[in-house]
Write a protein that binds this ligand. Structure first.
Ligand code: HEC
Ligand code: HEC
Length: 338
């Protein structure tokens, strides 16, 4: 019921900015639900996307003013051409070149996600920015200081006025603007999408064979058009040192130890390295892991008890299919870059 209302609201908002507050004046120009996607989870009625809100969020996203010494922006670790990941870093590097503990997640189709981070530690997109801003090895700043710095600029008060009808800068508006930008990061124009939507795209025999193998062997977890069932699972990685325990850190339930969010595989060709700790640098090594490397560690997923048997040819075909998920339009969309 609730979801249907939201969907209707979005369709409506394309035309007349579905909003009850008179502050919002411009129509939503940046958000559309792709035909092959389900209804989004984010409540867009609560934070309607406007042109000015989107532009403000985009400016904030790429502004190092959000960090303690004004040196590192969100976009530093989330670069568009790599599906908004930190290219070339197994775990991302933040302020003062300090090393983080996890591989930066791709940012795409966030409106369809109910929980964020590898362990699902944040349940609302609006609160996601608080974590990197306050993380001592990422941006190491207090949100209060960020707001104070923004108020002192020439630029931002006027932008907040355009977006929210007032030049008063507060945490809620700051976070809503960032969300408006993040919500527009919709990737749904890969060759695969054009193929499933019958838009004249043709897949090769190997890509089609790969798609069919993927449905048999991978889609129980990397499910549906988002390529994730949004669950937390242990896919049998070798435990290295005092490895991150994943979902356990949030729930403290022993049955959650070593479980991580099933990540989407959209744009996977460009978002290497792979896994929560960036341990694999190629898709071939990922497939070798599933075929030959799955370890019997605590809470290994029942679906992977015997690994995923694949011949060399099947691996090639699955990789060929995965590359059809690369969305050049999204990776190069100038609207999204600053
Ligand atoms: C120092 C690098 C770094 C910076 C700076 C950074 N991030 Fe991240 N981001 C990461 C890492 C690493 C993760 C995965 C963290 C985890 O799972 O615990 C992540 C995860 C995310 C996610 C979750 C995606 C998902 O699918 O769950 C979002 C959204 C996000 N970041 C947005 C932002 C925003 C907005 C900013 C700026 C306010 C920002 N990030 C700054 C490294 C960074
Ligand atoms: C039992 C569920 C499950 C199955 C089946 C499964 N995966 Fe995964 N996959 C996961 C989980 C969980 C992760 C994240 C693990 C981590 O980082 O610790 C993952 C991560 C990945 C990644 C890395 C993504 C990234 O952004 O770093 C790739 C690529 C991948 N899987 C491909 C596949 C392919 C191809 C198949 C089929 C051959 C497959 N998976 C089958 C659960 C599964």
């Amino acid at each position: 019921m609730k979801k249907k209302t939201i969907g209707f609201c979005i369709i409506l908002s394309v035309v007349l900015a579905c909003s009850s507050t008179q502050e919002i004046t411009e129509p939503n120009v940046d958000f559309q639900i792709p035909k092959n996607f389900p209804q989004p989870i984010y409540n867009l009625a609560r934070n309607p996307i406007t042109k000015a809100g989107f532009e403000l969020g985009k400016a904030l996203f790429s502004d190092p003013i959000l960090s303690r010494n004004n040196s590192i922006s969100c976009s530093e670790c989330h670069a568009q051409s790599y599906a908004f990941t930190h290219h070339g870093h197994d775990v991302s590097h933040g302020i003062d070149n300090l090393k983080g503990t996890r591989n930066a997640l791709a940012m795409q189709n966030l409106a369809w996600q109910s929980e964020f981070f590898w362990d699902g530690g944040v349940g609302d997109l609006d609160f996601v920015p608080l974590a990197p801003i306050e993380n001592p090895v990422e941006m190491d700043e207090k949100v209060g200081n960020v707001l104070e710095k923004l108020r002192k600029t020439q630029y931002y008060p006027a932008q907040f006025k355009k977006a929210f009808g007032t030049n008063e800068i507060n945490a809620e508006r700051f976070l809503k603007a960032l969300s408006q930008y993040m919500l527009t990061l919709v990737s749904a124009n890969s060759r695969y999408d054009k193929y499933v939507r019958n838009e004249g795209e043709i897949l090769t025999a190997d890509e089609l064979a790969g798609l069919s193998l993927f449905k048999q062997k991978c889609a129980s977890c990397h499910k549906g058009e988002l390529f994730t069932d949004q669950s937390y699972r242990n896919n049998g990685l070798t435990i290295q040192g005092d490895m991150d325990t994943g979902r356990f850190r949030i729930t403290e339930q022993p049955q959650d130890k070593y479980k991580f969010k099933v990540p989407s595989l959209r744009n996977i060709e460009v978002s290497k390295p792979y896994m929560h700790d960036g341990r694999f640098y190629t898709l071939e090594t990922v497939l070798d892991h599933y075929a030959e490397g799955v370890q019997q560690t605590p809470n290994l997923d029942p679906l992977l008890q015997n690994g995923i048997p694949m011949t060399a040819k099947e691996k090639l075909q699955i990789v060929a299919f995965l590359k059809t998920l690369t969305d050049e339009q999204f990776l190069k969309d100038k609207r999204l870059s600053n």
